[in-house]
Design a protein around this ligand. Structure first.
Ligand code: HAM
Length: 435
């Protein structure tokens, strides 16, 4: 192996997750599993890369994602592969591949995992980021949309979010979409010279994508132009009204906006997003919507579907609560190498007696004073540690404890210290936990 030159550095737009941050991600994913599981959603894991044309056929050739943000590479047999920029296409590919024809419906799935987009990195925007998402397949209409939104807010509520509001829109479909696109072109073409080259291309090829533009001038051009909600066909309008009624009845907070279209071509009718004021410029916490044509377009039997994906990195940045469950913590400190075997045995017994506890052993045998340093630091700065502590204890084991088969446990918050027989551990810890 050649020598590594220069300083090692993670690729631009990626970031490592160390404890305790990694623990927050794990805790959020555990909450997703619990909440989504309680609505009957099971976890799906799909490959991190797929055939490139899966994304051009689903997300859409004229979207920013496919046009300029994909990590695409040929493999050794010259097949074009792409690191997934999102997970809906992969989930649909997996379902179509397995065969949807005879599958019992609806199919309820959730996922968590890394996604890749070649974007300009900034706070909250990465080239590798994580999403937690949900897909409900085989339910048409407002009831399916309502279920995923109600479940989304149950999940956000379980993480401590109380003040979030969904923004809803309904994108015209079929002929109505063609008419709407044409109306957008008629409105914007006379002002085309105010648009950059990229947006002029959007205007001609796929005018709905103008709404994704990051150029504020585009928003000004679109202002006062045709509105999605005025172009809905009768069935779409009814579905949209029904969804609003279901959300009101369920107590989901939402507003309407005719200008969110969510950057992906597969959406039909319902789209939604949730933004958080606690994030900076990249304030979109999540996005989602209905994609009733995608499964048919990708070769499956025509099947309605709806889903969303949350930017997990942004979600955690916006969380005020810690996210981790507090656990009792025990630092087991042998006074010398002679007590090491005893300490390891006591540590195992504490783990058995208190299965939710974190039990860390000092492996150096450098004495009680030095061995206690880490415990004392954890007591001073508990947020720095992987575990979230509900009480920090030191378990002090000297020659006397070893000989008498005893343990001394010190509560580092009160300084209170007790010595009792090792045989009483289970009983004492059990009693302590009931208090
Ligand atoms: P999306 O709106 O492209 O939707 O992405 C969803 C969320 O992923 C965004 O709202 C944002 O929080 C997060 N996200 C996107 N790009 C980045 C980035 N570069 N860095 C950090 N976070 C990012 C989808 O991906 C659809 N598949 C959602 C869906 C599921 N629709 C139906 N089913």
């Amino acid at each position: 192996m050649g020598a590594v030159r220069g300083r090692l550095k993670a690729p631009k737009g990626t970031h490592d997750l160390f404890p305790p941050e990694s623990e927050r991600f794990a805790a959020v994913e555990a909450t997703a599993r619990r909440v989504f599981g309680s609505y009957g959603y099971g976890e799906i894991r799909t490959p991190t890369f797929e055939a490139t044309d899966l994304f051009s056929r689903s997300v859409g050739d004229t979207t920013d994602i496919v046009h300029k943000e994909m990590y695409t590479f040929p493999d050794r047999k010259n097949r074009s592969l792409t690191l997934r920029p999102e997970n809906t296409a992969g989930v649909v590919r997996a379902l179509v591949e397995r065969g949807l024809q005879d599958a019992p419906r609806p199919i309820r799935l959730w996922y968590a995992g890394p996604q890749f987009r070649y974007e300009q990195p900034q706070a909250g925007r990465y080239r590798e980021f994580r999403q937690i998402g949900v897909e409900l397949v085989g339910v048409a209409g407002a009831a399916g949309d309502a279920e995923v939104l109600i479940m989304l807010f149950a999940f956000l509520g379980a993480l401590g979010f109380r003040d979030l509001t969904a923004t809803l829109n309904c994108i015209p479909v079929g002929e109505a979409r063609t008419i709407f696109s044409k109306a957008l072109q008629d409105h914007a073409r006379p002002q085309a010279e105010r648009l950059g080259a990229e947006d002029r291309r959007r205007l001609e090829e796929n005018p709905l994508r103008l709404f994704d533009s990051k150029d504020p001038e585009v928003a000004r051009v679109l202002d006062g132009g045709p509105r999605t909600l005025d172009f809905l066909d009768e069935a779409s309008r009814r579905q949209h009204e029904e969804l609003k009624a279901l959300l009101k009845a369920a107590g989901v907070r939402f507003t309407e906006s005719a200008s969110i279209v969510r950057g992906l071509d597969y959406y039909t009718r319902t789209v939604f997003e949730v933004a958080s004021e606690r994030l900076g410029a990249q304030n979109a916490l999540l996005g989602g919507g209905r994609y009733d044509n995608l499964i048919g377009d990708l070769g499956g039997p025509p099947t309605p579907a709806v889903g969303f994906a949350i930017g997990e990195d942004r979600l955690i940045a916006a969380m005020q609560s810690d996210g981790r469950t507090a656990r009792p913590v025990f630092f087991v400190v042998p006074d010398s190498p002679d007590e090491l075997a005893y300490a390891l045995a006591v540590a195992e017994e504490i783990r058995t007696a208190a299965p939710d506890a974190v039990v860390e052993s000092d492996l150096t045998g450098r004495g009680l004073v030095k061995g206690l340093a880490r415990a004392a630091q954890a007591a001073r700065e508990p947020a720095q540690y992987a575990f979230c502590a509900s009480g920090i204890h030191a378990v002090l084991l000297g020659s006397r404890e070893r000989e008498e088969k005893a343990v001394t446990i010190k509560d580092l918050s009160t300084g209170e210290q007790q010595t009792f027989s090792r045989a009483q551990l289970a009983e004492r810890l059990g009693a302590g936990r009931e208090r």
